[in-house]
Design a protein around this ligand. Sequence first.
Ligand code: DP6
Length: 346
Amino acid sequence: MKNEVYTASANANIAFVKYWGKKSDNIPFNSSVSMTLGNNVSTITSVVFSDKLQHDQLFINGVPVDASKGGEKAGLLFDVLSQMRKLAGVKEHALIVSKNSFPASTGLASSASGAAAFAYAVNSALGLGLSSRSLSIIARKISGSGCRSVFGGFVLWHAGNRSEESYAEQIKNENHWPQLIDAIAIVTEAKKKVSSSEGHIQTIKTSKLYKHRIPFAEENASRAVELIHNKDLHNLSELIMRDSNNMHATMLDSWPPIHYITDSSWRIIDTIHEINDAEGKNIAAYTLDAGPNVHIITEKRYSKKVLNEVGNAVGDIKFIISRAGGSPRLLPDNMALIDEKLNIIK
Ligand code: DP6
């Protein structure tokens, strides 16, 4: 274990029923449901514990992260690292290097794959052997949506009232609905103005609509599980679109208002409605996280038509296409993020 590099990868997830609004320790007000995406939207994290290190060092996308000056998220990562090290009875410091396969802060939930990869890699490097449920609780403390990326396929995060009750579990694995895809329309790669961590708090403190969202989202979560079981694209699509709209309505109702949807996002949203109307049933859904990029959920057999029409409506647009992917995994040594930073311990 000591001086050995462990490298793990975890995939992002897209919420069909959103998590928005949280109590301490990232315990949400409502349960949520997501699909874990494929390996093309993932975070890779390498970890090594070594007595040659004088202090913990963390690099995210090539940038050193300082525990005291790196903001709330950085503090959480170092706290979780200390807690896991204590649990393992290990004294050595860690060097952690993490990289996303997609742009961070674009509403693509990079924090989710990052949190899951971090928890999984540190667990492996410390030989802790924690269960997936425990890892989902740990990932949740770093980033709420991260608890869902600890599982592959289709995932339910039970809101719970206390930390031990707030964890994710798999509903169906990644082979359940191979036709289903998420085509992410990249409207912008710019960093978002209000981070989700700030947004969660601003909304629960100031939105008058928010109290109505809690029972609505809770009901959506139970119904989404049923619709995923039945692979019911028509009804699941309506649920996904309404849940996204409902969450964005509470954001807009916050004071000052929080808004992530741009003109291009609206053109995509309107196009999806036009396609579904013309078909007489829902063959596609849109859903947006805390950013303007639009996740288009559809089946492979409809994707050419849907993406062509969206492309015609908004002009030159890039899509990242992903399908349900697996749970976090350890990667072979040749995939380690070994660069000049890891030479520190050599
Ligand atoms: C809009 O998980 O990024 O993507 O717990 O503060 O890290 P923190 O928030 P985060 O919130 C994501 C919210 C969302 C919806 C979702 O993924 O459920």
